[in-house]
Design a protein around this ligand. Structure first.
Ligand code: TYD
Ligand code: MG
Length: 454
C-alpha cells in the first residue's frame, strides 16, 4: 500500500510545498501554510466524461452553446458580461454575511422554464424555505438539496439534469477521493476541478459560493481563481445597505463591470441608477461636499465626496480616507499647498466617499479638491455643481476618458454645471446640452470659479 503522504498548502493561494514555510513564495503572505494529507483513496476520478473529446475545426464548432442564459437579474447579467454562458463555472466570493446565499437563492427562484438545483451544505432545507419566504419569491422549478458529498451531488445531477446548479458553499463540499476534511485546500481544489469537468462536458452552468474572510484566509477563493471561468466578488460594508458585485475575472466578458444592490428586509434589490443612491441633495448648503462624475466599468455615475478639514490638535496632522487612495489624497493636498498656496500642512483632513464605495477613477480628483477647499473655507459649493477631471502634479487639470458619457449622466440627474479639463474641449460637442460645461485648466482657476464669485 502506498504510504500516506502529507504536503503543506498555502491557504491563500494554494501553492504547495513539501515543508512548512513561513512566507509563501508565491503570494507573499505570512503564516498561511497548513499541513494536509494528500493520499488519494482511489485513483478513479469522481466524474469522467464518457467519450473522449475530438479535435475540431473552428467552423465545425457550434456557437449555439454560447447563447447566454438570462438570469432575470439585470445587475448580475451585466457583471457576467450579458448573461450566463452555458457550461461555465462561476465563483461568487465574499465575506460571510454579505448576502451571497440571498443573491444565489433569489436568482435560483427567478429563472423561469429551467431546471435549477440549489445545493446547500450550510443551511437546512427549512432554513432555505424561511429565507425564500422572506424574499417573497414565487415558487419555480428550482430543486433544493441539502448535501455535502460531491459524489451524491453528481448522482442527483445525472438523474435530474439541471441546467444550472448553485453550490453553497464550496468550502462545505467534500469528495471521498481525498482524505483531508471539507474546506481544506486539496478538497476545495479537487471538488472544483471535478465540477469544472462536469460543467464543461454536460454544458451545465455551475455557481460556486466561496467564503473569504477579511484577511483572505480559510482557503480563500484565491485558490480557485485560475480554475473557474469567472470570479465575482460580492462586497460592501455590513453597516451600509449597498452591496457591490464586481467581476475580478471573466473569460466571457469584461472585468470592469459593476452591479449594485441594496440589501433590504425582503432580499436584494437591483439598483439600476446608482447615482441616485450615491448623492444626497445637499440643499441645505453644507460645506465639504463635492460631487464627482466617475466611471466604473462602462457605467458613469455621480458620487459624493465628503471632506472635513480642521486644525490639527496634535503635532502631526491626521489624514484619513475611506473609499479613496490615501497616497493620492496626500498628493492632492501637496498640490493645493504648493500650487494654489493653501496652508493645509497644519490641518487634519478626513475624506469619505459616500455610500461605502471605493473609487479608483482619477476623474474624481477634481471633486476631492473641491470638497477639501469647500470644507477648508467653510463655504458650500453651489448645489447642482459637479466635477470630472484628473489633477496633475503641477496643478494642471488633465483630461479624462469618455467625458461625454459623464456629462450626459450629470445632465440626466439634473446638474446645472460641470467642471471639466480644458484639454477635454477637443472632440466634444456641446450642442443640445442643457448643462453648462465649464472648462478649467488649473486648480487655482477652478477654485476661483467656484468660490471666487460668491
Ligand atoms: P446571507 O445571504 O446569508 O450571507 P452569506 O451567504 O454571504 O453569508 O445574508 C445574510 C445577511 O443578509 C444577514 O445579515 C441578514 C441579511 N438579510 C437581509 O437584510 N434581508 C434579507 O431579505 C435576507 C434574506 C438577509
Ligand atoms: Mg451563506
Amino acid at each position: 500500500m502506498a504510504k500516506l503522504k502529507s504536503l503543506f498548502f498555502c491557504r491563500n493561494c494554494g501553492a504547495e510545498s513539501s515543508k512548512w514555510i513561513g512566507r509563501c513564495p508565491s503570494c507573499g503572505e505570512w503564516n498561511t501554510y497548513v499541513e494536509e494529507p494528500v493520499g488519494k483513496k482511489s485513483a478513479q476520478p469522481v466524474f469522467a466524461s464518457a467519450e473522449r473529446s475530438q479535435p475540431q475545426k473552428l467552423e465545425d464548432i457550434s456557437a449555439a452553446a454560447y447563447h447566454r442564459i438570462n438570469t432575470h437579474n439585470e445587475e448580475l447579467n451585466r457583471v457576467l458580461g450579458g448573461g450566463l454562458v452555458p457550461g461555465s463555472l462561476v465563483l461568487l466570493g465574499g465575506e460571510p454575511g454579505i448576502g451571497k446565499s440571498t443573491l444565489a437563492l433569489q436568482v435560483a427562484l427567478q429563472i423561469p422554464g429551467m431546471t435549477v438545483l440549489y445545493v446547500s451544505g450550510e443551511e437546512s432545507l427549512q432554513q432555505i424555505k424561511m429565507r425564500a419566504e422572506r424574499i417573497h419569491s414565487r415558487s419555480s422549478d428550482c430543486l433544493f438539496l441539502n448535501e455535502t458529498s460531491l459524489e451524491n451531488i453528481l448522482v442527483h445531477c445525472k438523474e435530474r439534469r439541471p441546467a444550472l446548479i448553485f453550490i453553497d458553499s464550496i468550502q462545505t463540499i467534500s469528495t471521498q477521493s481525498i482524505d483531508s476534511s471539507a474546506g481544506s485546500v486539496s478538497q476545495i481544489k479537487e471538488c472544483t476541478a471535478t465540477l469544472l469537468r462536469f460543467a464543461k462536458t454536460t454544458h451545465t452552468s455551475v455557481f460556486l459560493i466561496g467564503h473569504i474572510t477579511k484577511d483572505g484566509m480559510l482557503a480563500g477563493p484565491k485558490i480557485l481563481e485560475h480554475i473557474v471561468d469567472a470570479v465575482l466578488q460580492f462586497e460592501g460594508d455590513h453597516n451600509h445597505v449597498y452591496r457591490i458585485l464586481r467581476s475580478l475575472k471573466n473569460r466571457f466578458g469584461s472585468t470592469s463591470e459593476l452591479g449594485i444592490f441594496e440589501m433590504r428586509g425582503d432580499g436584494l434589490r437591483e439598483v439600476s441608477n446608482p447615482s441616485e443612491m450615491l448623492i444626497t441633495s445637499n440643499e441645505e448648503g453644507l460645506s465639504g461636499i463635492g460631487i464627482g462624475a466617475a466611471i466604473d466599468g462602462f457605467r458613469p455615475f455621480l458620487m459624493e465626496v465628503q471632506a472635513l478639514v480642521s486644525s490639527a490638535v496634535y503635532g502631526t496632522p491626521q489624514r484619513s480616507c475611506t473609499g479613496f487612495d490615501g497616497r493620492r489624497l496626500n498628493m492632492l493636498l501637496a498640490v493645493l499647498e504648493k500650487r494654489a498656496g493653501f496652508k493645509l500642512s497644519a490641518k487634519d483632513v478626513f475624506l469619505n466617499i459616500a455610500g461605502g464605495l471605493k473609487v479608483d477613477d482619477p476623474a474624481i480628483d477634481l471633486a476631492v479638491i473641491a470638497a477639501i477647499m469647500s470644507s477648508n473655507i467653510d463655504t458650500a459649493i453651489r448645489h447642482l455643481y459637479c466635477f470630472s477631471g484628473e489633477v496633475g502634479l503641477s496643478g494642471e487639470i488633465r483630461p479624462v476618458s469618455r467625458i461625454e458619457q459623464r456629462i450626459y449622466e450629470a445632465q440626466k440627474l439634473g446638474f446645472t454645471k460641470i467642471f471639466i479639463a480644458a484639454a477635454n474641449r477637443k472632440g466634444i460637442s456641446l450642442e443640445g446640452l442643457s448643462i453648462q460645461v465649464v472648462f478649467v485648466g488649473k486648480v487655482e482657476q477652478m477654485i476661483k470659479e467656484i468660490f471666487g464669485k460668491q
